[in-house]
Design a protein around this ligand. Structure first.
Ligand code: C2E
Ligand code: MG
Ligand code: MG
Length: 699
């Protein structure tokens, strides 16, 4: 591109080319016209000279002669005639307007001349004389170098004119061209004044021509200069339009790509990298639909103006309807990238005034940073797009690209988007899985597990949508929704005389929520439940995520009377030392160890140690994923407090639980009537276990 530019630079501009070419052409035309005009001037001046010679001959001299003076052979003119002729010519000759005059008869005798020595002489004559005898007026410029008279040879350049002398039928002189030629005048005029007249004539014509051509050149040049200016402006506009967005004037995708390519070629030299922050405006369609496209355009222009004002930004581009890209080059790490997001968010913070309405503009930003997230513009854009998609779909305002997003199919991401509406429309509901107190064979609590009855996909398990929203702001609303549903159900059971505690799962992000304690307190109060009715399950990894704040909230909850349990214990790498610092009540052994309890000595060791540890720390132990009687028996033997698993019951809907519980207690009294769980999840072959439980309970 740069070579093209330098090539263009080397080539003279259109205007200069035109200036040179038109100058050369007009100069050539000028020279040709000048020549032509010079010839014309010469012809005209000569013609005038010949005409005046003719006049002298016919009007000045002819009347002084008699046709008889020219008769055959030579006869000297009468003295009076010669004297009259001499007298009439004297003035012209002395004024130098005639140099020489000769009158010839047809026999080539000189009948008269102002030079008396020539009179009466015979010369063969020249062709011009014969032409005059033939009836033509002939003129020519000569030097008289070959004239009969040596004296005449020194006259220099002369115009000689031969004029035929004619007589009519009556024998009198006539100027009628039909008259018979009886002789000829030969008049010599000095050529210098003629040449001067020609030169003057030519000079004047040259001046007019030159002025004309210069004026023409200037007019043409001005016209072409104007056209060239317009063309250049048009070309600049075209170039601008080819590289910019027509509405906002921001760079378009083409310019973005070439700018980023340039930046990437210098990428990393100073330890900093290129970051692409891609975002679109949340609810822009709403603005367009409600306020009209014109207002939508105004919002886009306002956004563009604010982004352009961002300092230290390498490029701002509009790459789609409401999609913008901000490129920055001084990005050293993720922190810098998030600072860039801050700046974008601050720029968009103030609402945009459109037709008297203040429209608030929010963006979901996805960021990709070179070289980790891509080493070319299209990859970076694509990854920033994925990150933005995740951000938008998950209700967060920003997302750094992460390779794990690639696993999120658009379908699954789409699911997360729909979750918000699903909560409102009641598609999200809870199922409850009983927890068995092994020793007493009593069901004292249930774990609340979320389910989503999707209108098209059917029942969606939590693992299909929770991971997508776990680190997003959407997890908050979901958690409070789940907590509310579970406590409402718990309150309902209690009012029906079923005294159950409900365990609700909390995500890592919720644990860091500053409102956690307040929200829990408010939810319990709303449903009139004591804190002891609630247990909160937190995964080990969630507890590790944010020590201080988590610790603080947990302490407050525990002080309040809410039970806290560590879910999936054994999978999160928490040190035992750390665990002892946490205000927890329950350890839930992860089901992976419970599944393998009887077959894998390591799993058995983990289970055994956990139970021992819990006992030492004064904690309660729950084994998850108990699917068979032998495992339950082993857990009982090891001193595990509670069991949860398909052996006892699958998670079930709330309305089924009351029936299940009454059947459960019925069955524990009469083993034959073991209750069959009415599962929401697909059933597995269920092993009758009551006998074992009973025998265990009786131990
Ligand atoms: P979790 O808290 O460890 O829940 C236990 C999971 O094990 C549940 O899966 C349950 O259905 C399943 N399960 C129970 N007994 C057995 C068994 O005997 N065999 C087998 N194979 N599985 C058993 P579910 O309901 O699919 O939930 C999966 C995970 O999703 C939960 O693991 C929990 O971490 C999360 N989750 C579920 N509901 C919520 C919720 O409301 N909020 C949050 N934050 N997370 C939830
Ligand atoms: Mg759990
Ligand atoms: Mg678990």
């Amino acid at each position: 591109m740069s070579t093209n530019r330098s090539r263009l630079l080397r080539r003279p501009s259109l205007l200069v080319q035109f200036g040179l070419l038109s100058f050369v052409s007009l100069a050539a035309v000028g020279v040709a016209l000048g020549n032509r005009l010079q010839n014309t001037a010469r012809q005209r001046t000569l013609h005038e000279a010949v005409h005046s010679a003719e006049l002298i001959a016919t009007a000045g001299i002819q009347p002084l002669l008699q046709p008889d003076d020219l008769r055959q052979d030579f006869l000297p003119l009468a003295d009076t005639t010669r004297a009259t002729l001499d007298a009439s010519l004297r003035a012209s000759i002395s004024a130098n307007s005639i140099v020489r005059l000769k009158i010839w008869n047809l026999q080539h005798w000189i009948v008269y001349s102002d030079n008396p020595r020539l009179v009466g002489r015979w010369f063969a004559g020249e062709q011009a004389l014969d032409d005059a005898f033939a009836g033509n007026t002939v003129s020519r410029v000569s030097n008289l170098t070959a004239t009969e008279e040596l004296e005449e040879r020194s006259f220099g350049k002369l115009l000689s004119v031969y004029v035929p002398l004619r007589v009519d039928a009556t024998g009198a002189f006539t100027s009628d061209s039909k008259g018979a030629v009886i002789g000829a005048f030969e008049i010599y005029l000095p050529y210098a004044p003629i040449a001067a007249a020609i030169a003057e004539d030519t000079r004047q014509m040259f001046i007019v021509l030159a002025i004309g051509l210069v004026v023409l050149y200037l007019i043409l040049f001005r016209l072409v200069a104007g056209a060239s200016r317009r063309l250049r402006r048009q070309a600049r506009e075209n170039e601008f339009l080819a590289m910019h967005d027509a509405l906002t004037g921001l760079a378009n995708r083409r310019l973005l790509e070439s700018t980023v390519a340039d930046l990437l070629s210098a990428d990393g030299r100073a330890g900093t990298h290129v970051a692409l922050a891609l975002f679109d405006l949340d609810r822009f369609k709403e603005i367009n639909d409600t306020l009209g496209h014109h207002s939508g355009d105004e919002v886009l222009v306002a956004v563009a103006t604010r982004l352009t004002a961002l300092e230290g930004v390498a490029c701002v581009a509009r790459v789609g309807g409401d999609e913008f890209v901000v490129v920055a080059t001084d990005i050293a790490d993720g922190h810098d990238a998030l600072l860039l997001c801050d700046r974008i968010e601050v720029a968009l913070e103030a609402p945009v005034g459109v037709e008297g309405i203040q429209v608030s503009v929010r963006a979901s930003i996805g960021i990709a940073v070179s070289p980790n997230d891509g080493v070319d513009c299209s990859t970076l854009l694509q990854h920033a797009d994925v990150a933005m998609y995740v951000a938008k779909r998950s209700g967060t305002s920003r997302r750094m690209y992460s390779a794990e997003f690639d696993h999120y199919s658009p379908e699954r991401l789409g699911l997360a988007v729909e979750l918000r509406d699903a909560m409102e429309s009641g598609q999200v509901f809870m199922v409850y899985q009983p927890k068995l107190h092994i020793a007493s064979c009593e069901v004292r609590g249930v774990e609340a597990l979320v389910r989503w009855q999707h209108p098209e996909r059917g029942l969606v398990p939590p693992n299909d949508f929770l991971p997508m929203i776990e680190n997003t702001e959407l997890i908050g609303p979901l958690t409070w929704h789940v907590l509310d549903l579970s406590l409402a159900q718990c309150a309902q059971w209690r009012s029906a005389g079923i005294d159950l505690a409900v365990a609700v799962n909390l995500s890592a992000r919720t644990l860091g929520d500053l409102n956690l304690v307040e929200n829990v307190r408010a939810a319990l109060a709303r449903h009139g439940l004591p804190p002891s009715a609630l247990e909160l399950e937190l995964t080990e990894s969630a507890l590790l995520d944010d020590h201080n704040r988590a610790n603080e909230s947990l302490l407050q909850l525990r002080t309040m009377g809410v039970k806290l349990s560590v879910d999936d214990f054994g999978t999160g790498y928490a040190s035992i030392g750390y665990l002892t610092t946490l205000p927890i009540d329950v350890l839930k052994i992860d089901q992976s160890f419970v599944f393998d309890l009887l077959n894998d000595s390591r799993a058995a060791a983990v289970v055994r140690c956990t139970i021992d540890l819990a006992r030492q720390l004064g904690l309660t132990v729950v084994a998850e994923g108990v699917e068979d009687e032998a495992t339950l028996a082993e857990l009982l033997r090891l001193g595990c407090d509670h069991a949860q698993g398909y052996l006892i019951a699958r998670p079930m809907k709330a309305d089924l639980l009351a029936g299940w519980i009454s059947r459960w207690y019925e069955a524990t009294r009469t083993p034959e009537a073991a209750p069959a769980a009415q599962p929401v999840d697909p059933p597995i072959a269920r092993t009758p276990h009551l006998q074992l439980v009973q025998s265990g309970a009786s131990r």
